[in-house]
Design a protein around this ligand. Structure first.
Ligand SMILES: *Cc1c(COP(=O)(O)O)cnc(C)c1O
Length: 431
């Protein structure tokens, strides 16, 4: 490694916070020189096969030439302009695509800069909706446990109350309702008992509940759990019969990851409000969107003050919007469904045989998501280091060792990825 890198990493370790980390940190972050496709080249020139898609986002791999071309063109034309009172083609063309591709009825688009903010805006829309309809008492939210919706204050308050940040920030957080999480298993037979807790909470508190917020089919950072589509359909049904809005958080699942373009499609539902982020730009720039039905926008417009009360400085950044358009067009022009089915078949073949081994709680796969859940929660760092030795980039958390590769990862690299993952897990378990 160059001398220069040594100093850079030392500075990083002393002065820069990384996600959920100490500063100064005990272990240095790993320096990265460059990326290409599903390969990450480290500062020491080692190449890693990427198993994370930079947290669900880089669905086409890194530095995709088509997306880079679109980014270059937009940089030449207009990288940024304020969105207050002004508009531009990238925002309009992107909104058209999102309205067309998401479940029908979602035809109002709010652009923001990160997933957490997209959820904040969704909550604000729901609260303003009820304020406009003169039911301001409807201001609480109902979630299922094991959810994750972001790191800002409103979103922290709706993450899982046990594995989220409630214990630390309890006082400033608004108290909401949490129903038991759905039983784990995408293919489980439907079981009406599963919904009972949710139903009971809704029937008891619906008069003070503005909206239900849920991740469809896959609960991501709250446990990497997969649940049955009919549970989501039941939730949708119950929201309608109790006059409570449904906010679906597709920030992790959107743009094909589960095998459908949007995970809502598994249950054939249209929520009142939908949140998108992560893979929206193919992981190239930060951008998020909150979509709503006209029912929501019209009610807000007719209320007081009649305006949706949000407006980020970098709202609908043209460069990010142009990047998102290129990513979506690239996705739709690719055989993405077959690619994801192929990844799913491979992940199942490679990971499911781990079920039954000592130390493995469960290995599970859905779409292009593979999860190995261990009995122990203290092996993540060891497994990450072992995986790097195997030439693979993983970012375990707690007992969860998981991968969500780019949809176009070459078969050989996918094989290296699962081989490295399994070797790392087995090595850590046998130590
Ligand atoms: C990542 C994520 C968020 C938060 O998005 P950020 O861009 O990190 O703020 C919200 N909801 C879900 C389901 C996510 O996976």
């Amino acid at each position: 490694m160059q001398n220069n890198w040594h100093q850079l990493l030392q500075f990083d370790q002393q002065h820069i916070w990384h996600p959920y980390a100490k500063s100064p940190s005990a272990t240095p972050a790993i320096g990265v020189q460059k990326t290409k496709g599903s390969i990450i080249t480290l500062a020491n020139n080692q190449e890693l096969v990427d198993g994370m898609s930079s947290w669900w986002a880089c669905i086409h791999g890194y530095n995709h030439p088509t997306i880079q071309q679109a980014m270059h063109e937009q940089i030449e034309q207009m990288p940024h302009i304020m969105f207050g009172g002004l508009t531009h083609q990238p925002a309009i063309e992107l909104a058209k695509r999102l309205i067309k591709l998401t479940p029908s009825g979602l035809d109002k688009v709010f652009f923001s800069d990160s997933g957490s903010v997209a959820v904040e805006v969704a909550i604000k829309m729901a609260l303003q909706y009820w304020i406009s309809l003169k039911k301001p008492q409807k201001k609480q939210l109902l979630m299922v446990k094991n959810g994750y919706h972001g790191d800002t204050f409103a979103t922290m308050a709706i993450c899982d109350p046990d594995n989220g940040m409630h214990a630390i920030f309890n006082n400033p957080l608004i108290q909401h309702h949490f129903a038991s999480a759905p039983q784990m298993g995408f293919d489980l037979a439907s079981d009406d008992r599963d919904i009972n807790d949710f139903k009971a909470l809704l029937s008891q508190h619906h008069q003070s509940i503005a909206a239900v917020v849920i991740e469809p089919i896959v609960q991501g950072a709250g446990g990497m759990r997969f649940y049955r589509p009919d549970y989501l359909a039941q939730i949708n049904q119950l929201c309608q019969s109790y006059n409570v809005l449904l906010i679906v958080d597709e920030i992790a699942t959107g743009f094909g990851r589960t095998g459908k373009l949007f995970a809502c499609e598994w249950a054939d539902i249209t929520p009142d409000i939908l949140c998108l982020g992560k893979a929206l730009t193919g992981g190239n720039l930060t951008l998020a969107a909150t979509l709503a039905t006209s029912k929501i926008s019209e009610a807000i417009s007719q209320g007081n003050p009649g305006l949706l009360m949000h407006g980020p400085t970098f709202m609908a950044n043209p460069l990010a919007c142009a990047t998102a358009i290129a990513s979506i067009d690239l996705l739709l022009a690719s055989p993405w469904k077959q690619n994801i089915q192929q990844i799913e078949r491979h992940l199942k073949q490679a990971l499911l045989p781990l079920n039954g081994l000592t130390g493995i709680k469960e290995a599970r796969v859905l779409g292009a998501i593979g999860v190995i859940e261990l009995d122990r929660a203290d092996l993540g760092e060891t497994i990450q280091a072992q995986a790097v030795q195997q030439g693979v980039w993983l970012r375990p958390f707690g007992s969860l060792i998981y991968t969500m590769p780019a949809y176009n990862i070459p078969q050989l690299q996918l094989q290296q990825l699962t081989d490295g993952m399994i070797t790392a897990v087995k090595a850590a378990l046998s130590d």
